[in-house]
Design a binder for this molecule. Structure first.
Ligand code: CP
Ligand code: NVA
Length: 306
């Protein structure tokens, strides 16, 4: 049974297959064609944290593909009424795929371990694979060749950054990252990244101006992720020099794109001027969450694009 818990679960070739499916589905969708690639398939969503993009794009996408979806609420008693292995085995009797957003990454791993249907990680504190796939799909729409692109991450080396780094490594994109002291990638993550993607171009620095130099796109995320709200004041101080503003964008090429997974905290990690600039592709990124996830679903559930 195939799952998407982190991008370690997919090869470069499989990412290209997902992108080809996504592109085909997106192109037809724009022409008013909604091919029922997944008729009768059912998706369950189990979310322990808030979501607009992930939840709605998955549900809308599954509907467009001819399947259906249901958001599981507190009444199912996940983690409370019965053991997670019992819960998972039973849920898989009813549905074809489970999309989970969990406080603990281990919870998604545990469900995937016992699931007889596919499990997709819709964000944990460790990774956000669907976001990174949609982002690299977005970049591929903007550049002639991903192999010539450089993605610069400025800020916390968090869940989104980890998934983007792996996606870039697998697709030949130069990934550069500037984070303040104490918020960098863990050495164990860097070891695993270099092992998986030995030829990857990777720049790790504390200097945001160095990171964005020569970048095709500059990417940032909130300073305090969901679950880190208590650290907000300390992080605001620690990340003060890492705001993506007009001055920082001036160190990037004039035609560099601005990217953000959203939701954004305007005035903190990014200024209004950058969010609303002509180079900002944040809405395209968000829209592509749905198209890329349709590609993921079509690939994972075995349907082939026509
Ligand atoms: N980017 C993202 O995952 O957004 P949501 O938290 O709204 O799902
Ligand atoms: N790093 C953010 C991403 C939100 C989509 C968080 O985990 O809250």
């Amino acid at each position: 049974m195939r799952h998407l818990v982190t991008l370690d679960d997919v090869s470069s070739e499989e990412i290209h297959t997902i992108f080809a499916l996504s592109k085909d589905i997106k192109t037809k969708f724009a022409q008013g064609i909604r091919e029922p690639l997944l008729p009768g398939r059912v998706m369950a969503l189990l979310f322990e944290k808030p979501s607009l993009r992930t939840r709605v794009s998955f549900q809308a996408g599954m509907g467009h593909l001819g399947g259906s979806s249901m958001m599981l609420g507190d009444d199912v008693g996940f983690g409370k009424r019965e053991r997670i292995d019992d819960f998972t085995k039973v849920l898989c009797e009813f549905v074809d795929v489970i999309v989970m957003r969990c406080k603990q990454h281990e919870t998604v791993e545990q469900v995937a371990q016992h699931a007889t249907c596919s499990v997709i990680n819709g964000l944990t504190d460790v990774s956000h694979p669907c976001q990174a796939l949609a982002d690299l799909f977005t970049l591929s729409e903007r550049v002639d060749s991903l192999a010539d692109a450089k993605l610069a991450w400025v800020g916390d080396a968090n869940n989104v950054a980890r998934s983007l780094a792996v996606a870039c490594g697998k697709l030949g994109v130069h990934f550069s990252i500037a984070s303040p002291a104490g918020y960098e990638f863990a050495p164990t993550f860097l070891d695993s990244l270099r092992e998986q993607c030995p030829d990857m171009q990777l720049t790790v620095t504390a200097d945001p101006h160095e990171a964005v130099s020569g970048a095709t796109a500059v990417y940032t995320d909130v300073w305090a992720s969901m679950g880190q709200e208590k650290e907000k004041a300390k992080r605001a101080k620690d990340f003060a020099n890492y705001q993506v503003n007009e001055q920082l964008m001036a160190s990037a090429p004039a035609d560099a794109y601005f990217m953000h997974c959203l939701p954004a905290h305007r005035g903190e990690e990014v200024t209004d001027g950058v969010m609303d600039s002509p180079g900002s592709i944040v809405v395209q990124q968000a829209g592509n969450r749905m198209h890329a996830q349709k590609g993921i679903l079509a690939w994972l559930l075995g349907a082939q694009g026509s």
